[in-house]
Design a protein around this ligand. Structure first.
Ligand SMILES: [Zn+2]
Length: 256
């Protein structure tokens, strides 16, 4: 082998080595691209499966809502028996009086000038349109004996549907409308309404007047920002008080 031939061989070896590296680089690139494509396909498949599961879940919830909607009117007639049940009446009377007294005591207030009475469960046709109240607290004056005042708390009758297994009261058919509306009538919401009305009662005891955010929404001319703020704070505090004995009240409610 002469010298130029040796040089040529060296160059060829060098070229082959570079070519090997290029091949390895292409192979690696191919593997990476393949990996990315497989991952994208897998990710798309996962997302599609998740979406299908969510759609199925939404449909099931909608079907369940529709079944509740169809049952709510029939079950509402059944609440006729519960409205005058002495057990239902004493449930609300005991709960309202117990926490009204407890809260008044914690604030050093004397409630004897304005006794609290559970008036009953009322029917409000406006509630179905989303405008009604879930509870009321009204002062009543008796001319005899001697201008005695009392505070009457009453609760919306729709809550009785909760005893018949309803957590929501539909104001429109879930089947007919995509954005159907409902009122929360869960046990927890009922306790919140009771706390709200107790807070009104305590303000009536303390100031002889009361206000809440609903007055602003209803534009009834009774809105007082300061009282409404305090009312909101007291409602939360009373709710927390009841929450401590929540399971006991829930058990009583179920046993009626
Ligand atoms: Zn209110």
């Amino acid at each position: 082998m002469n010298v130029p031939q040796k040089k040529k061989k060296k160059q060829l070896d060098k070229f082959l080595r570079v070519w090997d590296w290029i091949k390895i680089a292409f192979l690696l690139l191919g593997l990476i691209c393949g990996g990315v494509l497989v991952y994208q396909w897998w990710d798309k498949k996962q997302k599609l499966e998740k979406l299908q599961a969510r759609l199925k879940e939404i449909q099931e919830l909608k079907d369940q809502a529709q079944r509740q909607y169809q049952l709510q009117d029939i079950n509402f007639i059944s609440t006729n028996d519960l409205v005058n049940s002495p057990d239902v009446r004493s449930f609300f009377s005991d709960l309202l009086k117990k926490y009204a007294e407890k809260f008044a005591k914690s604030r050093g207030l004397d409630t004897s000038q304005l006794p609290l009475k559970f008036e009953g469960l009322y029917l409000d046709k406006k509630t179905g349109n989303g405008y009604g109240e879930m509870g009321r607290c009204i002062t009543e004056t008796f001319i005899y004996p001697a201008n005695q005042k009392i505070a009457n708390i009453s609760i919306n009758r729709l809550y009785l549907l909760n005893k018949l297994g309803h957590d929501r009261y539909f104001t429109s058919s879930p089947k007919e409308s995509e954005d159907y509306n409902y009122l929360d009538i869960s046990f927890d919401k009922m306790i919140d309404t009771c706390s709200h009305e107790i807070a009104h009662y305590i303000q009536l005891v303390k100031y002889g007047k009361s206000s809440c955010e609903s007055d602003l929404i209803l534009r009834n001319g009774k809105y007082n920002e300061e009282l409404a703020k305090e009312h909101e704070k007291w409602t939360k505090e009373i709710y927390q008080m009841i929450k401590q004995e929540f399971s006991e009240w829930e058990r009583k409610w179920k046993e009626i």
